[in-house]
Design a protein around this ligand. Structure first.
Ligand SMILES: [Zn+2]
Length: 280
C-alpha cells in the first residue's frame, strides 16, 4: 500500500477513534435509530444504489444488535430477519458483506484490504455490474470470497413484482455471474433495500438461495465518513453479526478507509468469515 494512503489511514484512525467515542455516546442517548430516505435508487439508469430499507410496516427494522448466536457450525435454516431472512452467521463468527458492486474503483481496494488481512467476506453483486465487470467477479471468486445475488439492477420494488418477473431477474443475475465464473456457487440472495416480501423470499429459496439480510448497518451508502462508519460497526457488531457495507453505488472512499481500521479491530474481537457455501 502506498505510504501516503497508509499515512492517511493512520490519521483517519485517530479521527475515527475520537469520533467513535462521540458517536457511541450520542447513540446511547438516542433510543431509536434515525430513519433515512425512501430507499429508492438515486437514478433509474445510474448505478447509484442504496440499501436503506423503505421502512416496511410489516417487518421489524434491524436493531443494530445481533441475536444470540446458535451453536453448531452451520447457519440457521430460518433466519430472524424480515420474512425469515438471515441476520446471523449461526455461529460466533462475524461476516462482512459488501453490496452493489462490482465497481472498478472501489471493489479492487476492498479486495486488496481483505487480502492484506487474510479475511474472507461476501459480495452481494448487481447483475448488470457483474456483466460489465466480469474480471472483478473472477477476482472475488479467485480470492475465495462468497458471491451473493443482489438482483439485476438493484430494483427496490422487485418484491412487489410477479413471481415470474422476480425469478427472471434473479436468474438473469446468476447467469451474468456465471458468465464470469462458470461454476460459481451462488447460495444467497439479498433483496435491494432490504425490502423483502413473501414472493421474493419464496422465489429466492426456490432457486436454491438463502435470503440474506443483515444485523449491523452503518449506513455507509450515505457516505457519512469513515469515522461514523467505523463507530457504528464497532458499537453494534457482536458474535454472529452479519455486517452490511458497500463497495459500490457511490463514493465509497469512507468505507475503504473505515475498513483499514475495522479489519484489525474486528479481528481482535471476532473470527471473520465469508458466509459458507458449498457445504452440501
Ligand atoms: Zn444494495
Amino acid at each position: 500500500m502506498p505510504g501516503t494512503l497508509r499515512a492517511t489511514g493512520i490519521v483517519t484512525l485517530v479521527a475515527a477513534a475520537l469520533l467513535g467515542s462521540a458517536y457511541a455516546l450520542g447513540r446511547s442517548l438516542v433510543p431509536d435509530r434515525p430513519r433515512h430516505g425512501t430507499g429508492v435508487a438515486a437514478s433509474v439508469n445510474s448505478p447509484h444504489y442504496s440499501d436503506q430499507p423503505p421502512v416496511p410496516t410489516d417487518s421489524p427494522e434491524p436493531t443494530g444488535t445481533s441475536p444470540t448466536p446458535k451453536d453448531g457450525p452451520h447457519r440457521a435454516d430460518v433466519g430472524e430477519g424480515p420474512f425469515g431472512s438471515l441476520i446471523s452467521t449461526g455461529s460466533a463468527r462475524v461476516a462482512l458483506t459488501f453490496d452493489d458492486g462490482p465497481d472498478p474503483q472501489y471493489t479492487p481496494q476492498v479486495l486488496a484490504l481483505l487480502r492484506e488481512y487474510g479475511v474472507k467476506a461476501t459480495f452481494c453483486v448487481v447483475g448488470e455490474n457483474a456483466a460489465t465487470h466480469p474480471d472483478l467477479i473472477q477476482q472475488i471468486a479467485a480470492q475465495g470470497h462468497t458471491l451473493c445475488n443482489h438482483s439485476w439492477n438493484h430494483d427496490i420494488a422487485l418484491g412487489k413484482r410477479s413471481p415470474d418477473a422476480i425469478r427472471a431477474d434473479l436468474l438473469r443475475t446468476n447467469t451474468a455471474i456465471r458468465a464470469a465464473v462458470p461454476n460459481a456457487r451462488i447460495e444467497y440472495f439479498r433483496q435491494p433495500g432490504g425490502a423483502w416480501t413473501y414472493p421474493v423470499v419464496s422465489v429466492c429459496e426456490e432457486l436454491g438461495m438463502a435470503p440474506l439480510h443483515w444485523a449491523v448497518d452503518p449506513s455507509d451508502w450515505q457516505a457519512p465518513g469513515a469515522g461514523k462508519i467505523t463507530a457504528a460497526v464497532m458499537a453494534h457488531t457482536g458474535p454472529g453479526s452479519i455486517v452490511l457495507m458497500h463497495d459500490a453505488g457511490g463514493n465509497r472512499a469512507g468505507t475503504v478507509t473505515a475498513l483499514q481500521y475495522l479489519l484489525p479491530e474486528l479481528m481482535n474481537r471476532f473470527q471473520l468469515e465469508a458466509l459458507p457455501t458449498g457445504t452440501t
